[in-house]
Design a protein around this ligand. Sequence first.
Ligand code: HPA
Length: 242
Amino acid sequence: MKSKLSKIGIVGGSGVDKLIFSQGFDTKEINTKYGNVSVEQGKLEGKDVFFLNRHTKGYLSPSHINYRANLAALHNKGAEAIIATAAVGAISKKFKPGDFVLLTDFIDFTKARGEGFTPGSFIDLSEPYDPDLRHNILKAAKQLKIKVNSQATYVCTEGSRFETKAEIKMFAKLGADVVGMTQIPEVVLAAEAGIPYAVIAIVTNYAAGIYKEKISSKEVFDMMKDKATTLSSLLLQTIKNC
Ligand code: HPA
């Protein structure tokens, strides 16, 4: 990654956008060959920042998100790095709802997510999450005294249903620490586009069969809402550090 960045993309959910990008940000429609994307664009800390709501305002489910258009839009804008946020369920008992966790690796259990930018190409994903960006996030967390766990392997499921207890047991055996539905193909497309990428994951719930009998989307959304302010400060400080 370049040492000081001037253009940063943020991919996240609604809530965070209103908190950080309230002043002087404009909504711009970006046309890509994969579709149109709405991006909030403005200046923070002297850098151009492009915020993209992954699920869009109408809330697309994880299987229906236009990941290629999203990544192409940030690429067209010249983003030199992308910091994303993502809700996850805890498989490992090291993590609990409310925790922030940096993803370091992933396992792909999706089934219908379509092609990358260049079908048939071989992409190196030995280190899918950029170490310099992760370092900048951890530094920001330290400055703000926010606890962030530095390492987790993520398993991506197709959704939109939650997992069964048996699936979660299997994922634990395979080495997954957290589960979510949106990293694939986003992280892969970032690698294809050559854009350093990192994710701050927010543990919103214990995964199926871990401590509790049931999970609901309400607990996921409620936790994201609860953490929006802290997450926004962490993002802002990270942007300063980049
Ligand atoms: N499973 C899959 N995706 C999720 C979860 C979960 O438990 N929590 C938040 N996103």
